[in-house]
Structure formats: C-alpha cells, structure tokens
Design a protein. Sequence first.
Length: 239
Amino acid sequence: MTLLTEALILGLFAMSLDLMVGYTRLVSFGHAAAYGFGAYACGWLLLHTSLPMLATIPISALLAGVIAIGVAWVCTQATGVSFSMLTLAFAQLIYAVAYKWTSVTGGSDGLAGIPRRSGPFGLDIFITRDGFYYLVLLVLSGAFLFCRALVRSPFGAVLRGIRENEAKTLALGYNTRAYKIAVVALSYALGALAGALYAPFAGFANTELLFWLLSGQVLIMVIVGGAGTLIGCWVRRSS
C-alpha cells in the first residue's frame, strides 16, 4: 500500500510535467521546484498552523501556481534550450534558498515529523495508511479528468498549435506567450499538489525534493511513459 501510494504521487507529478512537455513542447529541467515547494509549503503549514491536512494540500498547490506565474513570465521570454535552462536556474535558486533558510526550512535536515492532521466532518479517515492511499487516488483521478478536459478544450487546441507550429498559431491571432504562461502555472500547481501529498505521506520534506536529479527523473518518466498521453505509452497519442 505504501509503494502504491508513492507511485500514484509520482504519477501525478509526471502528469503535471506532461502538460508542458507533451502538449506544449516546453521542456523543463527544473520541475522539481514545484514538487519540492509543494512539499515544504504543506509541511510548514501542518507543523506551524492548526489547519487540517485537507486544507493545507490545496493551499500549497494554489500558492505554487501563483508564484509560477512570475517564474513563467521570465522563462517564456526565451524558447528551446534557453527556456529549459531558465527553469533549471529557478529550481536551483529555490534549492539554495531551502538549503540556507534554516529557520524556516530546516536547512539540510529539512522538516521532520510532519503530521497528518485530521479535519472536521469525520474526514479523519484519510489520515490512516489505507485512507491516505484512497485520498491520493481520488486526487490523481480528479487531476487526470481535469487535464483531459483541458487538453480537449479550445485551450488545449492552442497548446497543440504551439507545439506543432508556434509561428502559425501566433499569426492566427493567439497570444502564445500568455498561453505558455498559463500552462506553466497550471503545471507547477499540479506538481506542487503532488509534493503537498508527499509531505504528509512521508512525514518529512528535505532539499532532495528540490534537487535537479528529481527533475531529470520525472522528465524521463514522461518521455518513456509517452509524452502527450497523460497516462502513459499504452494510450495512442491523439492530436
């Protein structure tokens, strides 16, 4: 059950990156920034506030999405490899902040003893091992349905247009940079949602969740699993 829970969390993390890589062809080398930020934000809220776990998880994702708008505004001024390197630079900046800001992040030791705080209305069932698994499964299913609806919508059609021929999409009158900023923000919010689930699952958050190696691992997951499919290589890619 523990292994399945972690696999579902990583699946959500990979699906968030697929919105950028598979549907918009925005290759990010620093997507661990979203995952680690979500884990740290959720962990800090659970340790230092009285908010229940079911509130801290979406708050962390929303906060990451808002911050990602600024990151995307800077990164989307470049394209191709330059865009990828800028995402890596921001991820390493957040890693350095987490490593040095000991009073908030715990430095190299990270945040330990993160609790699964129950909420009202009998929702404390989700703090158990099996209950948390079903919570992650529910969140992953909801995220998948949201992403599938997104890529099948007119918004998703523009994203595919950017992927295939950005110059032509721009000539048709679409503000492609605004669409890229939006998809980066959504992708980072979903990545942070996965990180926010990981913090109470593992009970800790440390700087390894922000390191560039994790960014490389999730990028490999997307490429091997099938970029542009959301759920893996066994699904035929549609366009």
